[in-house]
Design a protein around this ligand. Structure first.
Ligand code: 3PG
Length: 395
């Protein structure tokens, strides 16, 4: 983007792909983090006199207009964040979008309606996608991709458009790649990775790619029970992926062979049922009652994890330690997040759920080195995969 701004964009039409896929409660945006994260790129282009046409997806509508997934509330919030008017087109590449794009003056910003109201956006058929990309590319002389959260998708607006227009990476993508590439390279040690979230099967590729790079791998959240089962513990009615027990055994063995510490919880806070008002009971991991399920790591584990974080120089955290949406089961996630805030380490929060936890629990965003705007995208980056959106920008 710096290169482009130096070249000059005054009067040029710039199509910006953003990831404005924010959580909504009806028409109310419950977390505007992604809007704020991409705003500097849009603002810089508009201030430099570009005619900016922004496009994004929101949720997963089925390739046709659906009012529940309209970007209209996002246009309003984007305008507030940018401190300038944002026009909104009620279609993506139709007559309203065309008319509003033609009416743009230098420095004006227009947001198109949800890309996924069009079948071509997510189509697996190359021709269908290319056709939609062609329609979309008519809105720009240039294309700036700053939708980091969507770079793992081979979608028309992320992948195919880059083939049709001169393309540039926005500041958000540049920052995300700079930070995440440190984590897959040789970050300053001790390097601690904390993984949580419900399923171990979602994290296998990340573990595979990072296991030989870390000093300590901490496992919490629902996925911890499959690891505990692999160690021979009874986990009651906790989440358990039976088909992954052998895989977890293998990780435990590989970690030991590599001299990597694979740190598991020593206690867990359990409930008799999956409900916010279920009475919590904390037990050591070798005494989980058969009829109870662990919904959080226990306080001893949280303390242990916080100590490791305090001693680290680099920390990557992905996935909550428990069901943080239930106040009685949020303590583990809160302690880990607070330890990241308190530590001197370069700390990166990745994944939609952990970023949401930071905000839900009211932790200061500036207490972290970086909070990734990518959920699936940051995970796939750390898995070492080639991401279609980044690949297209490099070509
Ligand atoms: C995300 O929320 O991770 C991105 O916006 C991508 O959304 P998707 O998983 O619906 O493609």
């Amino acid at each position: 983007l710096d290169e482009l701004l130096q070249e000059g964009v005054n009067g040029r039409r710039v199509l910006v792909r953003a990831d404005l896929n924010v959580p909504l409660d009806g028409k109310t945006i419950t977390d505007d983090g992604r809007i704020r994260a991409v705003a500097p790129t849009i603002k810089a282009l508009a201030e430099a006199g570009a005619r900016v046409v922004v496009c994004s997806h929101l949720g997963r509508p089925k390739g046709a207009p659906d009012p529940a997934f309209s970007l209209a509330p996002v246009a309003k919030r984007l305008g507030e964040v940018l401190g300038r008017e944002v026009a909104f087109a009620h279609d993506t590449v139709g007559t309203d979008a065309e008319a509003k794009a033609v009416a743009q003056g230098d420095g004006d910003v227009l947001l198109l309606e949800n890309l996924r109201f069009n079948k071509g956006e997510t189509s697996k058929d190359d021709t269908e996608r290319a056709e939609f990309a062609g329609q979309l590319s008519a809105f720009g002389d240039l294309y700036v991709d700053d939708a980091f959260g969507a770079v793992h998708r081979k979608h028309a607006s992320v992948y195919d458009v880059a083939k049709l227009l001169p393309h540039y990476a926005g500041w958000l993508i540049a920052k995300e790649v700079e930070v995440l590439s440190k984590l897959t390279g040789k970050p300053e040690q001790p390097y601690v990775v904390i993984l949580g979230g419900a399923k171990v099967s979602d994290k296998l590729a990340v573990i595979d790619n990072l296991l030989d790079k870390v000093d300590t791998l901490i496992v919490g959240g629902g996925m911890m029970f499959t690891f505990l089962a692999a160690q021979g513990y009874e986990v009651g009615s906790s989440l358990l992926e039976k088909d992954q027990i052998e895989v977890c055994k293998d990780y435990l063995e590989r970690a030991a062979a590599l001299g990597v510490e694979l740190l598991l919880p020593v206690d867990t806070t359990t409930a008799a049922e999956f409900a916010a008002d279920a009475e919590p009971l904390t037990v050591p991991v070798d005494a989980i009652p058969a009829e109870r399920m662990g919904l959080d790591i226990g306080p001893e584990s949280a303390k242990l994890f916080a100590e490791r974080i305090a001693g680290a120089k680099t920390v990557f955290w992905n996935g909550p330690m428990g069901v943080f949406e239930f106040p009685d089961y949020a303590a583990g996630t809160r302690t880990v997040a607070q330890a990241l805030v308190d530590s001197e380490a370069f700390s990166v929060v990745g994944g939609g759920d952990s970023a949401a936890a930071v905000r839900t629990l009211g932790l200061p965003e500036d207490g972290f080195g970086h909070i990734s705007t990518g959920g699936g995208a940051s995970l796939e980056y750390l898995e070492g995969k080639t991401l279609p959106g980044l690949d297209a920008l490099e070509k």
